[in-house]
Design a protein around this ligand. Structure first.
Ligand code: CUA
Length: 318
């Protein structure tokens, strides 16, 4: 409850705390009611007490229904309330700015779309809805910022997302909430929320080559362009503008080209071969880090034609 909880520094914090307090109060009332009656009966009907023991009632439907249905309906209300909050936590607004997070033993690697990269630190502007797209390089980690009341697992080979709006400036603890090996306890960082003008200065001073541009460099360095680039002699799908489209696979199924599809195409190319192509692409598993995959994805996305997108990129949800 208030006083014990960390500061409320995101748009979700007051709403989560209200739900938590409601649950605490409701559970306290139920527990108190049960224990008061139990202790009272223990004393009143103890062995040898002169209490009246005749006239036992075998059943009373009104009493039984009310002590069953009233708590049931109250807890259904809590369920609906938390479902409503849960859905809000997982539905980022369309204007949210995206930051990429890769967890690995034992650090947090952050990439901003402008190419700014940080380790164990995440700088954010105050009041701007921020969407985190997260994955893991090795084992399951969990991105936990108590002051924001947010917690989400990072899974190897999957993209999970989460969003929030910081409502306080300051430095807030970031920790890993999933046991992930020897130094799990040391896998900590901080989220630094800055006023928008300070944030703009910070971004400026840490400017690097943008994520999509870095992806384009990697596209050549890893040899992707040798087969997928224009003018390549190897028969491989052209990736220009492919993001958001659908492709037919050799097994007869149809896949939407989203983050997950592209990620798996790089790491496990044999798992989904586009119809009409030979399965000749080598796997890049253990050869490309997850951060570089994110940069490659950003590059492939950047070749998308402007205009209405046929599909929204779908992210793994929980
Ligand atoms: Cu990463 Cu615990």
């Amino acid at each position: 409850m208030i006083g014990f909880a960390p500061p409320q520094a995101s748009s979700f914090a007051p709403r989560i705390d209200m739900l938590f307090n409601a649950m605490l109060v409701l559970c306290s009332i139920v527990a108190l009611g049960v224990f008061v009656v139990m202790i009272w009966f223990c004393i009143k009907y103890r062995r040898g007490s002169p209490a009246e023991r005749g006239q036992r009632e075998s059943s009373n439907l009104t009493v039984e229904l009310s002590w069953t249905l009233i708590p049931f309906l109250m807890f259904c209300g809590l369920f609906g309330w938390s479902l409503y909050l849960w859905d809000g936590l997982r539905t980022p607004p369309h204007d949210a700015s995206t930051v990429y997070v890769v967890g690995k033993q034992w650090m947090w690697k952050i990439q901003h779309p402008g190419g700014q990269r940080e380790i164990d630190q995440l700088h954010l502007p105050l009041g701007v809805p921020t969407r985190l797209v997260m994955t893991s390089q090795d084992v399951i980690h969990s991105f936990y910022v108590p002051a924001f009341r947010i917690k989400q697992d990072l899974l190897p080979g999957r993209y999970t997302q989460m969003w929030f709006t910081p409502t306080e400036t300051g430095t807030f603890d970031l920790m890993c909430a999933e046991f992930c090996g020897t130094d799990h306890a040391a896998m900590r960082g901080e989220v630094v929320v800055m006023r928008p003008d300070d944030y703009a200065r910070w971004m400026q001073s840490h400017a690097q080559v943008g994520l999509a541009e870095r992806g384009e460099m990697l596209f050549r360095r890893f040899g992707c362009s040798g087969c997928h680039g224009s003018g390549a002699t190897v028969h491989a799908p052209d990736l220009d503008g492919i993001y958001g489209t659908t492709v037919a696979l050799t097994d007869g199924s149809v896949a939407t080209v989203d983050d997950r599809y592209l990620h798996d195409s790089i790491m496990l190319p044999k798992s989904q071969v586009v119809a009409g192509y030979a399965p000749i692409m080598p796997s890049y598993e253990n050869r490309i880090g997850e951060e570089d995959v994110l940069a490659l994805l950003a590059y492939i996305k950047s070749t998308q034609q402007p205009g209405p997108h046929p599909t929204e990129p779908s992210h793994e949800r929980h």
